[in-house]
Design a protein around this ligand. Structure first.
Ligand SMILES: *Cc1c(COP(=O)(O)O)cnc(C)c1O
Length: 548
């Protein structure tokens, strides 16, 4: 609290009314991020990683502070223990995750959004923001489904319909899509009043089936597991179909799985195609999946949380051909729309689809109201749609196209660097802007080429450890960052540990990518890693397996 850190009414009024002085700690931070947010992050985030236990020590008390404190005192704490220990996700060398730099205008607009503090659950707390969010959903719907302009006027602001649902991210978007699919499959029919009223048990009984299943490739996002759990489908009925050498769902195996389900009297509820898998950025054959969904008569959902914005690109849009046949499509705004964390969307081909999950309340969300909350899983929500609206308006289709094209082309460049480097193995060829690779010196690659399955497994187990240590050391050094995952590859059969790179930050240069590999070559010189590589060398028959 300003002035005196004492709980009295005067101070209470002041924290609601008096702005922070520009020379105060918070005022100075406010000014600094307004002046130069990039510089601020660079100076105030400490590069070298402290261990998590050390950081946890600053957050270990469960006691709520009894006495008020000064804002400046608290801000010092924020600077030292939160800002300094944050992850510099905007750094151009941070290429390991889907979170990257933001356009500068997002910050002041986000502050404005907070100042306005609209609640998008209902019109009574979000006039102007509700129509704006509906427009954003229509724009994304248009991006996906390419309906003629005349399609939209009857639907865009229609209280009975919703072209989609805005939410906090891809997880909720995917849950919403499957929720709609489930309620439409078990819609009211005769004496049966629908699953929303009677529950899953009675719904299955009514249809004379023993369960429902969701089919997705093994590269499917973990949010489908949550959805299967939450919607009563059961995680065992989330069928993860194996992928081919390009990380795309294997259509033959998909058919087999469906026959297996049929034998067990389980009905496919939804077929999910992925447009940009989280781990490798590959796109399922969406046309073929649309055909198959039609054939088996189930909901076709496309998870384009990552890859959706590829539709902005004239050159690469075709990679997602078939997406316009999906019943529902997830797109994350906090990924490739470059909006801050906490914005995702799901759009539906049929503008009446969302009525399957419509809910009402007596004091808001009344029948016939335009309250968005009647068609969303979440209740109170911030005006994040404004930031999507800003991105779409300011960056525009052509701006996003440039960002998308650049990322895809940079991924190809990086893949070439890896291919040409004797000590690295490209483990997934980039289709969009994500790729995976691992450290695997040429001599080991040669050994692997002629190795028995047993030797291969033993070598890979050691290389997995190399990969894990390499990624850990690189992260701790804080110069550049790549992530790591485990993938079953068709080449090795079993899962291997790989490094994962996501190229969405336009400030990431080829030089930075060169330095990522150079740093990795340095890190593997450490004795701990050399010892592992030595073990591999002793296993193989080829001489001179170590490179260090
Ligand atoms: C990121 C992602 C999700 C989940 O989105 P969140 O915003 O993290 O909830 C779902 N599917 C795919 C393919 C993703 O890349």
């Amino acid at each position: 609290m300003p002035n005196k850190a004492r709980a009295n009414l005067e101070n209470l009024y002041r924290i609601f009314t008096v702005p922070e002085a520009p020379d105060s700690t918070l005022g100075a931070i406010d000014q600094a991020i307004s002046d130069d947010v990039t510089g601020f992050l660079q100076t105030h985030i400490v590069a070298i990683e402290r261990n998590l236990e050390e950081i946890e020590a600053n957050f270990s008390s469960s006691a709520i502070p009894e006495e008020p404190t000064y804002v400046s005192e608290y801000t010092e704490f924020v600077k030292e223990h939160l800002v300094a220990q944050s992850v510099h996700t905007a750094a151009p060398g941070f290429v390991g995750h889907m979170t990257s730099a933001l356009p500068y205008f997002m910050l002041p607009l986000a502050r404005l959004m907070t100042a306005l503090n609209q609640n998008l659950v209902k019109v009574e707390t979000s006039k102007a923001f509700t129509p704006m969010e509906r427009q954003v959903l229509a724009m994304l719907h248009h991006l996906v489904y390419r309906r003629e302009d005349a399609f939209y006027p009857p639907w865009i602001h229609n209280s009975q319909a919703a072209l989609g649902a805005f939410c906090s991210g891809g997880t909720i978007a995917n849950v919403t899509a499957l929720w709609v699919a489930r309620n439409r499959l078990f819609a009211p029919e005769g004496a049966f009043r629908g699953i929303a009223r009677e529950g899953l048990g009675r719904a299955l009984k009514h249809h004379g089936i023993d369960g429902v299943a969701v089919l997705v490739s093994e590269r499917g996002h973990y949010s489908f597991g949550k959805a299967a759990d939450l919607l009563g489908i059961g995680q065992d009925q989330l069928i993860k179909v194996r992928t081919d050498a390009n990380n795309r769902i294997d259509l033959k195996l998909l058919r087999q799985e469906c026959r297996r389900l049929q034998d067990k009297n389980i009905r496919p509820l939804a077929l999910v195609g992925i447009a940009g898998t989280t781990e490798t950025g590959n796109v399922d054959p969406l046309e073929a999946l649309a055909d198959f969904a039609l054939e088996i008569g189930c909901h076709f959902h496309v998870d384009a949380a990552w890859g959706g914005p590829t539709l902005f690109s004239d050159r690469y849009r075709h990679l997602l051909n078939g997406i316009e046949r999906a019943d529902s499509v997830t797109i994350d705004a906090h990924k490739q729309l470059y909006v801050p964390m906490g914005a995702g969307m799901v759009v539906f081909k049929d503008p009446t689809a969302l009525s399957a999950i419509e809910h009402h309340a007596a004091y808001i969300l009344r029948h016939g109201s335009k309250d968005l909350g009647s068609h969303t899983l979440e209740g109170s929500r911030p005006g994040m749609a404004m930031l999507v609206h800003a991105g779409l308006s300011i960056i525009g289709r052509k701006g996003y196209e440039l960002l998308i094209d650049m990322g895809i082309e940079r991924a190809r460049t990086f893949a070439d660097m890896i291919r040409q480097h004797p000590d690295f193995e490209l483990t997934s060829v980039p289709e969009l802007n994500i790729l995976t690779y691992r450290y695997c010196p040429q001599a080991i690659q040669q050994t692997l080429a002629g190795a028995t399955p047993e030797l291969t497994a033993r070598i890979n187990a050691l290389l997995d450890q190399v990969c894990q240590l390499l990624q850990k050391h690189q992260r701790e050094a804080g110069k550049t960052f790549v992530s790591r995952t485990r993938l079953r590859t068709t080449r090795y059969g079993e899962g291997i540990t790989v490094l994962r790179v996501v190229l969405a930050n336009p400030l990431t240069t080829d030089e930075i990518l060169t330095s990522v590999l150079a740093e990795e070559c340095q890190i593997v010189q450490q004795p701990e890693i050399q010892a592992l590589l030595q073990q591999v060398a002793e296993m193989g028959t080829a001489p001179g397996l170590t490179t260090g």
